[in-house]
Design a protein around this ligand. Sequence first.
Ligand code: EPZ
Length: 473
Amino acid sequence: MDAHYDPREVRVTKNKEDLGLHKDSQKAAARVGLTSDEIIINGGRPLNGRIEVRGAKNLATKAMVASLLGHTPSTLRNVPNISDVRVVAGLLALHGVLITRGAEEGEWRLDPSNVETAHKADIDAHAGSSRIPILFCGPLLHRLGEAFIPDLGGCRIGDRPIDFHLDALRNFGAVIEKLPSGISLTAPNGLKGANIELPYPSVGATEQVLLTAVLAEGQTELRNAAIEPEIVDLICILQKMGAIISMEPNRVIFIEGVKELRGYDHAAIFDRNEAASWAAAALATKGDIFVGGVEQEEMMTFLNVFRKVGGDFDVRPDGIRFWHPGGMLKPVTIETDVHPGFMTDWQQPLVVALTQADGVSTIHETVYENRFGFTDALNKMGADIKVYKDGLHDDTRRVMRREFEQAAVITGPTDLSGADVEVPDLRGGFSHLIAALTAEGQSKVTNIGIISRGYENFIEKLRLLGADFIYEG
Ligand code: EPZ
């Protein structure tokens, strides 16, 4: 019998099961007066062992929203136990989706048969909790003819506008009203297929178009689309539901609207960001980590960089082993980019390893305008990282960006020493953990609840990998 999902779980983002807790650390933590949002790490030890990575945060949450489009229940498998998933589940439950946990670990059943309009005040309560609510627009307009979307949350790594989303929705015929606490949408003449060209291959805007076009009347041609593996996985889900979507050359996606979609049964693609984060941790701590559930194809660009920095890896049927083979790490120059380039989410954990490389590395962040805030904490620990607000003037830039550019220059090797640091955002936060694990001495990392947004049971995984830490449970 499925255990009924309690939406109240949504609000408990720092609950015990998030972080994988053990009794023994709780007593030690009580002695040092730690809160549940901080951890003390005794660094300087290699991380060795095996951990498993489950479904991608940046697919599973979208797949859950897609279930609204079906007239029968959907089953999503390999769902990670992270708070971003619970936030979306809570929003879906508010709209009448019946959510139950299946028999398998990570199996969720979503039944949208009784979708109704949620009370605005209840939705408001989710304001600022995630960026995913913006993707409810198309599905709710199709189901209810209206939608209210609260102000968005997500990592503070730039201004993160939603103009591409709103322009696309208007193209489909949506009428959008901006409210003090969010946006209200209607579709007085229904939603019709459109020709849309994105100014930039935005992941979220591409998902917005996909989730709206599949039930729109007529055809939609999307140009300059994002083509990340998570986007392809979402297209696979929509195709299972009965959608007609073709990926053409040169970032063109063609969607033929259909009248009805049914539920899907799908196992989410693995989380590339979590995999790369643990790989970077192996490099920085001179360790050896087998990351189960990871596929080579979606990691190729990362694997090339991992090898160029001096790491080694072994691809096996059930995952990839990442290790530091000894000797000095080597500096690299990287420009973050849209897929299949080097992902912007991969640079934060890797920067910690680059502080140990023998030479000068450069990371050119071209996707977000404020994604090096985390380097302050690394410099506090002894790293030598300089951030250039106007970026490095590189005429060979492949990805034209708007007014901002950003570059970090990391000079190594530097000895890192333990320090008290506060987690600024999800990926930057994980890089703080890696830095504390790499540094000699003791560090106290606070505000770690943010990390449970995207890293399932990360405290338990640190324990499995032999990390020396004290945490209150
Ligand atoms: C998704 O964010 C991911 N988040 C991000 O991961 C990831 O870094 C990003 O894609 C790029 O791969 C989720 O999927 C929940 P974008 P998204 O739209 O969709 C600008 C993590 O750590 N833009 O591709 O918000 C935007 O400001 C997170 O898991 C507009 O200007 O990313 C950014 O500079 C961090 N107007 C660039 O485009 C818009 O309407 C790329 O954004 C939309 C985006």
